[in-house]
Design a binder for this molecule. Structure first.
Ligand SMILES: [Fe+2]
Ligand SMILES: [Fe+2]
Length: 333
């Protein structure tokens, strides 16, 4: 049962009614306002999860109104509806962090519903993580893994491998804890990616891959809004940067990538190679080693790859690898 409140602001009653009808069976409480001032008054009295506002309205514009919403109620998600001609305004608002998404009028119903669901998932994640505590972080990580049976247990295993590397570097205990939490949450931005893309058993189209490439920034906005530390944000934001550059989202290189993110990148790649993926079976350990040797200097920090295998030889990861293979087999059946 969805019990969140959504506020729609538009000066055209037809639009308010159409969106209300669209959300009729969703279980959300839907409030409507004909202008920014009415919207502000409604927001003053209750907790609203999402404001969806038109841009061109008599009186204050949607962008200005949503900037005010950000001050009044920082937790509330903000979406802008705009005509195609005003796309520049909407993109500027996204870049300034004023809004999460925009919808171009006339909209496609599935696109609008999907964008609303993504915004609300963002809202729920931030609020759950804010409550904080290790158990909460781990349970959010597990909830994200449910979207993709192949990644069951991935976050915990990445944390095991990352900690094994980090311990060799004699990092202090507080940072080890941040690395564990960051490993659990590194893919939390994937909640915004539709399951048919996450579980696609082949090479993704350019558009779908571009969607997947947004997950670090999306996840970083969740963990930073939830007030988690900069180290956790760094892990989530930079875990797909490449040591030699050319990764995403920013194409950073070498030491520009925070150490904690380079550690988790090595752990993440190791776990991806050693387990089944939708598009290929797990690689045997010697093959994993040779692939990761080739990734040294290009994708991964070479010294950290060496440390992983040093630790790998000293410790026994066999239990987690065997356990995850059993899990993958049981979900495949
Ligand atoms: Fe990722
Ligand atoms: Fe991952």
């Amino acid at each position: 049962m969805n019990n969140e409140t959504i506020l729609i602001v538009d000066d055209e009653p037809n639009i308010l009614n159409a969106i209300k009808r669209l959300l009729a069976d969703s279980g959300y409480e839907v409030l409507t306002a004909g202008n920014a001032e009415q919207g502000r008054a409604l927001l003053q009295n209750r907790e609203v999860a999402l404001v969806l506002s038109d841009n061109c309205m008599p009186g204050r514009s949607g962008v200005d109104f949503l900037a005010q919403v950000k001050l009044m109620s920082p937790n509330t998600e903000r979406m802008l509806m705009t005509a195609f001609a005003n796309l520049d305004t909407a993109i500027d608002a996204i870049n300034r962090g004023e809004i999460f998404r925009f919808i171009v009028k006339p909209w496609d119903n599935n696109g609008l519903l999907g964008a609303i669901e993504d915004s609300l998932m963002h809202y729920r994640l931030v609020n759950t993580l804010k409550v904080g505590g290790e158990a909460m972080f781990l349970s959010m990580a597990r909830m994200i893994e449910l979207k993709d049976p192949y990644t069951r247990g991935h976050c915990s295993r990445v944390a095991d491998y990352a900690l094994a590397i980090a311990e060799q570097l004699n990092l202090h205990n507080a940072l080890l804890k941040e690395i564990q939490w960051g490993s659990w949450l590194h893919d939390c931005g994937k909640v915004g990616i539709p399951e048919h893309i996450l579980n696609y058993p082949g090479k993704l189209s350019e558009d779908d891959f571009n969607f997947v490439r947004k997950h670090p920034e999306w996840g970083a906005s969740v963990v930073s809004q939830a007030g988690l530390s900069q180290h956790v944000v760094n892990i989530v934001l930079y875990h797909h940067e490449h040591f030699a550059g050319g990764g995403y989202p920013f194409g950073l290189k070498g030491q520009q990538i925070p150490l904690e993110a380079r550690i988790v990148a090595v752990a993440d790649v190791y776990d991806a190679l050693i387990t089944d993926r939708p598009y290929r079976p797990a690689h045997p350990e010697p093959k994993v080693r040779s692939i990761m040797e080739e990734m040294k200097h290009s994708i991964l920090d070479p010294s950290l790859v060496d440390l992983l295998f040093l630790t790998r030889d000293a410790l026994d990861f066999t239990d987690s690898v065997t356990a995850c293979r059993m899990l993958a087999t049981s979900t495949a059946n």
